[in-house]
Design a protein. Sequence first.
Length: 155
Amino acid sequence: MRVTTYNLLLNDDRINSLIKENSKNYPGEKSLDSQHKIVELMNTMFDMSKLAEEHMFLLCFDNSLNLKGVMELSHGGLTQTICDPRSIFSRALLIGASGIVLVHNHPSGNTEFSQEDINMKNRIKEGGDILAIKLLDHIIICNNEYRSMADGGLI
């Protein structure tokens, strides 16, 4: 499977434009039809379990759940990273996503969702419902372990 990463930049007219950063072959599963496969991809391509600071990524999918692209949304400190819904949906809309998965790491080693994680999930779900972009999951990765909001019944 080919994994393409994108960034959001302003063009000459100061309008958001999706820019292809990189495209690499991923030797793993061709289908990302489980949280485990998504975690494998993120650890292989982005070293999510090894990152010393919190990073938040957005995975965008089409109607057939084919991966359209991966984007880093934010990079924070040891205990938090901040990402607003506008950042998420501007990217998802530009790439034409019909479904999204949020993935972030917890360098602390704690796989529990914080109240901030749950509050953000609620805002993203509400926005996605309005825009017809389904929040498929929100996954935390740490120490080669993960926790999924979908598996935990939070989505």
